[in-house]
Design a binder for this molecule. Structure first.
Ligand code: NAD
Length: 318
């Protein structure tokens, strides 16, 4: 039995940009929240977005949507952080981190002043660094601070593998772990369809099993953000759907398995930082971290990814 009706769920979104508002739209058409409050330093933009979304209500679900302020975070079950300083993709990871860390230092105390019980869901980049910053700045328990992390990269891998194998991507079980970014790690050793490893599934579906093909698929996943940004400036749809899946797992108390960034104590030797791994997600947030039996190369790459993020975290004095 669900502990609470999802009709009672309130979701606050800080950052009314492309990601924040596409997510609000996705949330609305899934009917997953009874209240959606949008907060942005640009109040007019938030107001315009709320008006536009409200005009769709006759075609969606009863939902109260408004442009609010931090006091409206009170009673929110989830507060999504989708702010950005408006930086350029060519800027270094550290430059991006410094700019957005400044914003996090302003907004996290504003949120926690009004709500100490919510789940913080971070989407702002650099994702793993900002998730760690949200954890430290909020003082929240580790199960209640999550970054969307590699839920997006994992979805991209499942989509591309689905195309390659001619199977519904929802039936492809393959994970990207580590950084949401350049050093992310594909877990090929455990990838499967119908419980069958790729090496054995490929002959069944008559798709070539060629390690180079799979590596090329991974490179497409890793570079997808840049390739999309080159063509349309930014990414918003798939990440918004990923955020919606995370919210659904929480408000429906699903115990769903998703790859999100969360605090790790000792995951294959990686600790005291946030990185993506598969977790069991429910109304309490991260209920369980799933310790994948990675192969040696995957462990080494995961540790390498962690070291890159750790250096950025240290440079921020976190
Ligand atoms: P955007 O520039 O369209 O929107 C950012 C919004 O943040 C703007 O509306 C701006 O006014 C607002 N903002 C800035 N400072 C603020 C403050 N102090 N308080 C409140 N609001 C403030 O950016 P976007 O395209 O929506 O992207 C948002 C973030 O999500 C970026 O960091 C982007 O890199 C990241 N992103 C992450 C993923 C992922 O998978 N994790 C995917 C896509 C984008």
């Amino acid at each position: 039995m669900p502990k609470q009706n999802i009709a009672g769920s309130k979701v606050a979104i800080v950052g009314a940009g492309f990601v924040g508002t596409t997510f609000a739209y996705s949330l609305l058409i899934r009917g997953l929240a009874s209240q959606i409050v949008i907060i942005d330093v640009n109040k007019e933009r938030a107001e315009g977005e709320a008006m536009d979304l409200n005009h769709g209500l006759p075609f969606a679900y009863p939902t109260k949507i408004w442009a609010g302020d931090y006091h409206d975070c009170q009673d929110a079950e989830i507060v999504v952080i989708a702010v950005d300083k408006g930086q350029k993709i060519e800027q270094s990871r550290l430059e991006l981190a410094e700019g957005n860390f400044e914003i996090m230092k302003q907004i996290i105390p504003n949120i926690t002043k009004h709500n100490k019980e919510c789940i913080l869901l971070v989407v702002t980049n650099p994702l793993d660094v900002m998730t760690y910053a949200a954890l430290k700045l909020s003082g929240f328990p580790k199960n209640r601070v999550i970054g969307s992390g590699t839920i997006l990269d994992t979805a991209r891998l499942r989509y591309l593998l689905g195309e390659h194998l001619q199977v519904d991507p929802r039936n492809v079980h393959a994970y990207i772990i580590g950084e949401h970014g350049d050093s992310e790690v594909p877990v090929w050793s455990l990838a499967n369809v119908a419980g069958i490893r790729l090496k054995d599934y490929c002959p069944i579906c008559k798709a070539p099993y060629n390690l180079e093909d799979f590596n090329n698929l991974f490179l497409k996943v890793r570079d997808a953000g840049y390739e999309i940004a080159k063509r349309k400036g930014r990414t918003n749809y798939a990440v918004a759907l990923g955020l919606t899946k995370i919210v659904e797992s929480i408000v429906r108390d699903e115990n769903a398995i998703v790859t999100v960034s969360c605090f790790l104590e000792n995951y294959h030797g990686v600790g005291d930082m946030c990185l993506s791994v598969p977790v069991v997600l429910n109304r309490s947030g991260v209920k369980e971290i799933i310790n994948l039996p990675l192969d040696e190369k995957e462990i080494a790459n995961f540790q390498k990814s962690a070291n890159i993020i750790k250096r950025v975290i240290a440079s921020l004095g976190l």
